[in-house]
Design a protein around this ligand. Structure first.
Ligand SMILES: Cc1cc2nc3c(=O)[nH]c(=O)nc-3n(C[C@H](O)[C@H](O)[C@H](O)COP(=O)(O)OP(=O)(O)OC[C@H]3O[C@@H](n4cnc5c(N)ncnc54)[C@H](O)[C@@H]3O)c2cc1C
Length: 360
């Protein structure tokens, strides 16, 4: 019997598998398709991402350095207010390559990572779990002490184990223009109800355009209009769901969720790569697969690291719904140099964060 069957080899699942295998656990990872595909993510991350990867990975994954963002109340024609640092804030990276590198690190640590295996059901028993999957050789059943649902926003494990859903889902869509652009700023347009549209320069890998909104809120029509406004025709398009707001419980009797399955994202950007991997570290450290009581330790520790950031992230997001006139005045008043960490809205309230705001 395995210690853990991990469903999904995205950043959260692969990170959990690596850390658990490093601790001597027997870990099987099942991924439904090719690792990293289909792409449904911008791969715009804080520099912290490099702490989760072998040093050699940077050369393959790096696309562009980002120093700040121009916030626009309107479309591309409107003047943007710049928020920036003098040093690099974030990187655009190859997201497909990221998943592959994290999965390789999990294999190197001893996890058994299998692609082309779709999990169709999970049964939680008193002493173990049974995970049913369809692979190239047909239907398989795997037994483990615990199952880890790292299977993204529409988690099958969450549903099969009767765990609650995240509070809200957004529908994100993005596409690429191949013209190289290595400028220092991303553009953010507060033109979408309760969220935003974006443009990310990705160096030699071109430019990405995207937006997210509530499903049913004319996401594709809005995206077409964004492309028209920028006067670009994009051939490669993709889309995915973004969960916002973790549910009150992400653990069951012998099950736990990490990453998007658990709604561990930043409410003000939808970004979940770093939060998911940080939560995965808590899970691998705290959960002893032979002792279901330790699931409570995971619930406690990941929330204690991320709860405040997520709460503040909701507050930042509320500003996207303010009247345009208030947004304009606020952006004008607050723009300039910032001392904020992109994953930590609480850094706004540190001495450095406040000094840069008050001092302008
Ligand atoms: C348009 C868009 C742009 C985004 N941009 C950013 C960004 O710039 N920065 C950022 O930090 N975040 C971004 N995100 C969010 C980010 O993509 C997620 O937070 C992140 O991928 C979560 O990682 P995960 O491992 O939890 O889930 P996922 O990356 O979704 O991985 C889940 C894995 O599980 C597999 N799987 C699903 N069901 C099954 C099954 N039944 N059996 C086996 N395998 C299964 C999937 O194939 C997938 O590989 C974006 C999201 C969207 C939609």
């Amino acid at each position: 019997m395995h210690d853990f069957v991990v469903v999904g080899a995205g950043p959260a699942g692969a990170r959990f598998a690596r850390q658990a295998a490093d601790r001597g656990r027997d870990v099987l990872v099942l991924e439904q398709g090719e690792i990293g595909r289909p792409l449904a993510c911008s791969g715009h991350v804080s520099l912290d991402v490099w702490e989760f990867l072998p040093e050699s990975a940077r050369e393959d994954l790096f696309q562009n350095d980002i120093y700040g963002a121009r916030f626009h109340v309107g479309g591309p024609e409107s003047a943007g207010e710049p928020f920036y640092k003098r040093e690099v804030i974030s990187n655009a990276i190859d997201r497909v390559g990221l998943d592959k590198a994290l999965a390789r690190a999990a294999s190197d640590a001893g996890a058994d990572v299998r692609d082309e295996h779709t999990v169709t059901d999970v049964g939680e028993r008193r002493s173990h779990v049974e995970v049913t999957a369809t692979g190239p050789d047909g239907v398989e059943t795997h037994e483990a002490r615990m199952v880890v649902g790292a299977d993204g926003p529409r988690s099958r494990v969450r549903e099969a184990c009767g765990l609650p859903e995240p509070r809200e889902f957004l529908h994100g869509v993005l596409g690429f223009d191949e013209a190289p652009d290595a400028q220092d700023y991303v553009d953010v347009h507060l033109t979408v109800p309760r969220f935003f549209a974006w443009r990310i320069p990705r160096g030699d890998d071109g430019v990405e355009y995207g937006l997210a909104a509530r499903p049913g809120d004319d996401v594709s029509g809005r995206f077409d209009r964004l492309c028209e406004e920028y006067d670009v025709t994009l051939d490669r398009r993709c889309s995915g769901f973004i969960p916002i707001g973790p549910p009150r419980r992400v653990t069951g009797r012998r099950s736990l969720l990490v990453g998007d399955a658990a709604g561990q994202t930043k409410p003000f950007t939808g970004g979940g790569i770093l939060y998911g991997m940080r939560a995965a570290d808590h899970a691998a450290r705290e959960v002893d697969p032979a002792t279901p009581g330790t699931l409570g330790d995971y619930e406690r520790t990941w929330r204690s690291e991320l709860r405040n950031e997520i709460r503040l992230g909701h507050a930042v997001r509320a500003a996207y719904s303010l009247p345009k006139s208030v947004q304009k005045a606020g952006l004008w008043a607050l723009s300039g140099e910032i001392a904020v960490h992109m994953d930590e809205p609480s850094s706004l309230f540190t001495r450095d964060g406040l000094r840069t705001l008050v001092g302008r």
